[in-house]
Ligand binder design. Sequence first.
Ligand code: HEC
Length: 143
Amino acid sequence: MRQYKAHGQMKRAWQPAVAVAGISLVLGVGRAEAQTVDITKRGTTPDSALLTPTIIDAGRKIFHGRGSCYACHGDKLLGGPIAPALVGPTWRHIDGSFNAILNRIENGLAGTVMMPHPGRITESQVFMVATYVWAVSHGRATP
Ligand code: HEC
């Protein structure tokens, strides 16, 4: 009986994700948490719905885990023999805006080892890891 109730609560927690305008994406960041983001919002800075400690933490895990970003860009995002630093303010080929970071992770850069969706991360994981990179490079989070 108690378990059944807990399950009901979890289902309700996911429901608000449905009622959002635009093209939205449910960012699953834990069993009972979901964050919905309009993926058409690609500004210079991440949408405020993304810029939360929960999303940044999730992005950090992707960077050091499934995305394998750390292997080329370094544990502290300081770069290495293979890839450039991701801490700004200067960048190799992008302007450091959220939109540019996002595009590079989505599309990679042809002719380099920067692949689209490194580690085969999902679109929602691209958004989370891009938010993390933006936050670190703009002094909003630690690596
Ligand atoms: C196999 C190595 C490798 C992996 C893994 C990798 N990258 Fe890269 N990345 C590169 C290289 C090399 C470049 C530089 C491409 C160029 O010449 O502009 C790059 C460029 C970038 C840039 C643009 C930097 C700039 O100054 O132009 C961003 C942002 C970026 N990577 C983010 C990520 C993220 C986030 C991940 C993980 C999801 C990741 N990368 C995984 C090798 C890698």
